[in-house]
Ligand binder design. Sequence first.
Ligand SMILES: Cc1cc2nc3c(=O)[nH]c(=O)nc-3n(C[C@H](O)[C@H](O)[C@H](O)COP(=O)(O)O)c2cc1C
Ligand code: SF4
Length: 487
Amino acid sequence: MAVTAREFYHLTEGVEPGKLCSGTACFASQASSKTGDGGASRIYCLGRCYEAPAVAGRSGQGVPSVRSIATEPVVLSGLLGPTRGRPALDAYRAGGGYQALQEALDAGSARVIAEIKASRLRGRGGAGFPAGAKWKSVSCAESDQKYVIANADEGDPGAYIDRLLIERDPHLLVESLAIAAVTVGAAHGYVYLRAEYPEARPILERAIAEARAAGILGESVLGSGRRFDLEVFVGEGSYLCGEETALIRSIEGKRPEPWARPPYPTQSGLFGKPTLVNNVETLANVPWIVRHGGEAFAAIGTEESTGTKAVSLNSRFARPGLYEVDFGTPLSEIVNDLGGGLADGDLLGVMCGGPLAGLVPPHLLQTPFSFEGMREIGCSVGHGGIVAFATETTIPALIAHVAEFVAFESCGKCTPCRTGSSQIAHAFARAGRGPDARSRVAMDSSELADLVNALSATSLCGHGSGFGEFLNSVSTHFSEEVVACLR
Ligand SMILES: Cc1cc2nc3c(=O)[nH]c(=O)nc-3n(C[C@H](O)[C@H](O)[C@H](O)COP(=O)(O)O)c2cc1C
Ligand code: SF4
C-alpha cells in the first residue's frame, strides 16, 4: 500500500475539542494519568503548560504572567505594558514598530548582515546555530527566487514562547521576516504554524493583512521598490515538522521526513531554492539588533551565548509564566526567584528546552543558563521551555514518557529511533508504572548503552540523537534510579 504524506500527520482532522494534552508539562502535573494519553490523535503540546492539565478548545487562565529581569527586554518588550500585548498595527507603530525595517532598507543588506554577525545571535529553535552565518549564506546564494520561513512549529512540549510572541505581538514577527527577506533577497515568506495553536492563526493573518494594507508588505516594501509577501502555513500535527528539512517538505506537500544534509536549505531549500529558516524567537531579536547595533546585543549575556532568552515555566512552579532573562543567569534564579520554586512537593529536577534536553537535578541549579553552561552538565538550552518535576514523578516513569513521545513522533527512517524508542518506552513503562513498582526493565546497562550509542551514531536528525542524549543525561544525573530498575 502506498504511503501518503497525509498519513504522516496526527491531526489531519484538526484538534479535537476537549482532548487533554499529553505533553511533558501536563505529564509533570500528573494530568496524563487522568487523560489516558493514547490514541492516534494524541496531542503533545497545546502550549498552555502554565495551566496544566491543558484541554483543547478551553483556556483557563488566559495569558500567564509575563516578566523580564533581563538587562533590557529584547523579545518580550511588547508583552510587558499594561495591555500585555500590541496586536494592532497602530499600537505596534506607536512603540517604534517598523522603524527597524526602514533602517534595514536604508542600511542595505551587507550592513544588516554585519550587525547580525556582530551580535553573535544564535538560533533559539534548539540548535544554537549562528544566525549571521545563515543569513550571509542565503544572501550570497545565486538564485532567481529565495524564501524566508519562520519556524513557529514550537514542538517542544513545555514551550509556549513563540505562541505568546505571535498572539500578543504579531507585527514583531512580520517586521522581523520582512527585514530578513529584504536582507537575503527573498520575495516570499511563510510562517509555519503548528495546528495546536488555533488562536494564533487569525491574529497573525490579521497582522499580515494590516501590514499589506499599509504598504509594509507587498509589491513595494515601505515604498522601497522591494517586493515581499508572507503567508501562514498551518501544520497538521507532527513534532518532526519542526525539523527544518521536514518542515520544508511539509510546505511542498511531500511526506515530511528529514533529509540528509548537504544540501543545506540555505543552498537548496523550499522548491529547491535558497531558503532561510529561523525560529520565531530568533527572528524577534532582529529589529532590536538593527536599531541598537550588534555590539550592544553582544554586550548582554555571555561570551558564547549573547543576548537574552525567553523561558516558559510550567504549572508546577508557584509562579508559572513567560520570563526574559540574560543568558548566563543561574538556573536557580529562574527556578526560585522568578518561578517561586515548586507550588507544592519536593523538586525532582527541571527539564530545560524540551523532553530531549535532559533533567537538571536540584544540586546543579547554580548552572548558568547558557549554551555552554548547559552543555557542561550534559543538558541543553533547547527552545527554553522549563518544566519542573516533583518527586512524585519517578525516573523510570519519566523515561517511559519521553520514550513514548519519541516513538509516537519518530518518522521511522532510522531503526534505533523507530524501534529502540518503543522498546525503551515499553520496558520502562513496566518499571515506572506497573503494579509492582520494583519490577525491573528487561534490559541491562550495557544493552542500554549500546542503544544510546546506536541512536547517536545512526540518527539522521536530532529526534533520535537527542533521545540518546536525554538517556545519557538521565543516566548520569540519576544513575542510582536508572541502575536500580535495570536487569
Ligand atoms: C526533531 C526536531 C524538531 C524541531 N522542532 C523545532 C521547532 O518546533 N521549532 C524550531 O524553531 N526549531 C525546531 N527544530 C530546529 C530546526 O531544525 C532548525 O534548526 C531551526 O528552526 C532553525 O532556526 P534557528 O537557527 O533560528 O534556531 C527542530 C529540530 C529537530 C531535530
Ligand atoms: S532520527 Fe528518528 S525522526 Fe529523525 S529521521 Fe531518523 S527515524 Fe526519523
